[in-house]
Ligand binder design. Sequence first.
Ligand code: PEP
Length: 256
Amino acid sequence: MNPSMRRPLVAANWKMHLVRAEARTFCRTLVGELGAPPAEVVVFPSFPLIDSVVDGLAGMPVAVGGQDLHPRASGAHTGDVSAQQLADAGCTWVLCGHSERRADHAEDDALVAAKAHAARAADLVPLICVGETGEQRKAGKTFAVLERQLAAVLGSEHGELDRFDLAYEPVWAIGTGETATPEIAQEAHAFIRSELARRLGDERGESIRIAYGGSVKPANAASLGAAPDIDGFLVGGASLDAESFSGIIAACGART
Ligand code: PEP
């Protein structure tokens, strides 16, 4: 990547893990490990942990985000959370379209786009996840899937998103221990970059970060991060441990 243009982004997706005492321990350890991070850092805890994480990381160069949001600003939507509520709780980011949301809650591309726009309405930065399943990859449909997922968020009826970043997360690599090779990941990232440039213009396309997600660990972060279009990581399992998460952040400092 070109460090002068895109500061790497390293994000922790805790999914439905940890309780408050564990979250506080994580924050204490991260505060001790972090120093001046060579990346923008975000932690995405589940909703009941947001308060503890916002408190635990106060004053640190680490942002906090929600793992999901409802596309509407408020209303009768039991169990859902709005962008405004996330912002009010201290979040500045939100995940949109994680493959587990797409699979577990049948979220389609249009809903993901609506959520991303709802995020911007409350000044949250959406980290929009895209990626193909193993079956789609085997069938040679990777680029078609990415094109469709991107088309929904880039060309939606809601107009142009003024700010967002992307995470390329091949579903077959999430939580499986099977990481995409840097070559496979770079190929997908380069395709995504070309779609961004085609739809938004070269300058804007170059400015949007594309993080990689899928079984990233301290041991594979540096080689993945050396690829020119990989601008950081969205980390699941390895982000639950503050030391391993710090190791992944530190790996971003190796790229020049
Ligand atoms: C994720 O949940 O976004 C993810 C990439 O998980 P893991 O790192 O565990 O594969």
